[in-house]
Each structure stands twice: as structure tokens, then as C-alpha cells.
Design a protein around this ligand. Structure first.
Ligand code: F6P
Length: 325
């Protein structure tokens, strides 16, 4: 087993609230065991460009409450090629790094996994994305904050929806998954949710809305995940407007959901997972991601994190029609 004396640390892909809390936990977890930490700025792009910064316990003071990532991040296409990854591996070796912690989503884990096979450097992933679409953890860092942020926006939108008796389509993030949409939809009292996992029939949507108007409802909120299989949200709203001859509005929450101070739950999750990532490296683990499943810290092979599909909780969908009637 290779001794870990120095680790690299980077954040990659979409930033998520709680990434800074994870950085803090990883740096302090490493310092606790006398391991040196090199912070890699701007994700894999910064790694290839050797954008390094020495980190110690004090470098991560006062960041637990901050959104974004102090290391900055990137989506780096170079990591899809062997040449790109070779540059990244050479950069890590040049810095004398034995192990690397990657905080990010499944795309980042795929790059890290390939580098495990192409080098003797150990890689451990910490799942950070507001989408919550990573197998091997009940929640990803950032998801629970993003739900609350989107919910806050929906509560405000509801004021206008009811004042004007309008139907509002609220688009939330979630490129390939409806985790954000189902949680925000249920907690925000939405009439309906439209998610990538379930094909939605536009006629059925119109029928449901018509029925709810008949029962006396005067305004409605429909939460749409950006990656839904039906249509662009604007086209869904236009279709409903024309079909039912009612006034609809669209609000795309967009990157508002990604920013802001992490909730206590995300800070706690990030703290546990950050420390667990260091423990995993010390135990000689590699090519795996840490996660929390049913309150227990677990390790999952990188490959499974994107190959296995985390199911949305169908209980949400079951009670939605009961509650919105
Ligand atoms: O992966 C997280 C995420 O926020 C997705 O929900 C969204 O589709 C995407 O990132 C947006 O990415 P970018 O900020 O690069 O446009």
C-alpha cells in the first residue's frame, strides 16, 4: 500500500453549496493526519495548467458558511482525451501528489476513474452537485440547500400567482434528473411536476388543470425540471395558454439555485464526507466515492456512481395528486 504524504484537492463541474465545507473538512482531515494538501484551482483545467496553491488548516478558516467554491471550478473537455489526462497526471506527479480528492459530479468521477487506471495515484470522490443524481449516496452536497433556495422562490411566485389568478410554470435545474423538482414541487404545494424520469402527456396536463379550475382553484404552480422529456418549458407554457385560454407565466430559476450559503444539513454532510475521503485514502482505497446511505458512510466504486441509476422517490409522485386536488 502506497503511503499518502501529500494530496491534491479540486472541485469540478457545477459548483454546489457546501463545497467549501467539504474543502474545509478535507484540508483539516488531512492536516490532522499530517498529510500535506495542494489546492488545485479551477478544477481539472487548473490541474492541467498547474494552478496550485498550498493549503493548511488556516487556509480554510471562515469558509464553512460560504456558497460556491473557493477553489473555483470548471468543466474541462481535455479530460475526455488520453493526452489531456496524461497532462493532468504529469502535473500531479510533478507536485509529488500521492492521492487526490475530487469534489464534483459523475462527469468528474469518470475523469478521476480513468486516471486511476492510467497512473498509480489514488483518487477518491466526494459527491457535490445540486442535482442529487449520483448513485452511492442518499444526498449529494448542495442538493438540500438548492431545494430550500428554489422553495423560497416558489413561495414568492405563489403570491403573484394567486394575486393574478395565473398558472406559473417554474423551471428548476436538473439536467437529467427530477430530484430537485419533486422535492420543490411537493414542498411548494405545486399542482403538478414534470420530470425527465416520467413522460408527461400535455393533454393530460391540460385536463388536470381544467379539472382543478372546475373545482374552484384559481391559480396553480407547475414545477418543471429543465431536463424534462416533453418540451422546452416555454413551449409547455405556450401550449397550455393556447389550449386552455388562460394566462400563464414562466419563471426559470436557473443559477439562483446553485448559489448561497449552505444549509446546516449540507454543511454537516460535507463535513462527514470530507473527513471520510481522507480516511479512505489512508486505508489505501482508490477509484471510489464516499457517500452517506441511510445515515452510514459508505464507499462506492466510481464506475457504479454513474452506471447505476438512483431512483426518484415515487412516494412524492403518489401523494402529489392527492394534495393538489
Ligand atoms: O450539474 C449541476 C447543474 O446545475 C445542472 O442542474 C445544470 O443543468 C447545469 O449544472 C448547468 O451548468 P452550467 O452552469 O455549466 O451551465
Amino acid at each position: 500500500m502506497k503511503e499518502i504524504k501529500k494530496i491534491g484537492l479540486l472541485t469540478s463541474g457545477g459548483d454546489a453549496p457546501g463545497m467549501n465545507a467539504a474543502i474545509r473538512a478535507i484540508v483539516r482531515g488531512a492536516a490532522y493526519h499530517g498529510i500535506e494538501v495542494t489546492g488545485i484551482r479551477r478544477g481539472f483545467a487548473g490541474l492541467i495548467g498547474r494552478d496550485f496553491q498550498k493549503f493548511n488548516r488556516r487556509s480554510v478558516a471562515n469558509i464553512i458558511q460560504r456558497g460556491g467554491t473557493i477553489l473555483e471550478t470548471s468543466r474541462c473537455n481535455d479530460m475526455y482525451s488520453v493526452e489531456g489526462r496524461k497532462k493532468a497526471i504529469d502535473a500531479l506527479k510533478g507536485e509529488g501528489i500521492d492521492g487526490c480528492v475530487v469534489v464534483g459530479g459523475d462527469g468528474s468521477f469518470q475523469a478521476a476513474s480513468l486516471m486511476c487506471q492510467e497512473s498509480d495515484i489514488a483518487f477518491i470522490g466526494v459527491p457535490g452537485t445540486i442535482d442529487n443524481d449520483i448513485w452511492g449516496t442518499d444526498y449529494t452536497i448542495g442538493y438540500q440547500t438548492a431545494v430550500n433556495t428554489a422553495l423560497d422562490a416558489i413561495d414568492r411566485i405563489r403570491d403573484t400567482a394567486s394575486a393574478f389568478e395565473r398558472v406559473f410554470f417554474v423551471e428548476v435545474m436538473g439536467r437529467k434528473s427530477g430530484f430537485l423538482a419533486i422535492a420543490v414541487g411537493l414542498a411548494g404545494g405545486a399542482e403538478q411536476i414534470i420530470i425527465p424520469e416520467i413522460k408527461m402527456d400535455m393533454e393530460k396536463l391540460c385536463h388536470n388543470l381544467k379539472e382543478s379550475f372546475k373545482s374552484g382553484k384559481r391559480s396553480s404552480i407547475i414545477v418543471v425540471a429543465e431536463g424534462n422529456q416533453v418540451e422546452d418549458t416555454i413551449n409547455i407554457a405556450k401550449y397550455v395558454e393556447l389550449r386552455l385560454k388562460i394566462e400563464c407565466r414562466l419563471c426559470t430559476l436557473g443559477h439562483i439555485q446553485r448559489g448561497g450559503s449552505p444549509t446546516a444539513r449540507d454543511r454537516i454532510l460535507a463535513s462527514f464526507l470530507g473527513v471520510a475521503a481522507i480516511d479512505a485514502l489512508l486505508e489505501g482505497k482508490s477509484d471510489q466515492a464516499v457517500g452517506e446511505v441511510k445515515g452510514k458512510i459508505v464507499l462506492t466504486p466510481f464506475k457504479e456512481t454513474w452506471e447505476k441509476k438512483k431512483e426518484i422517490d415515487h412516494r412524492f409522485l403518489k401523494i402529489m395528486p392527492i394534495l393538489s386536488s
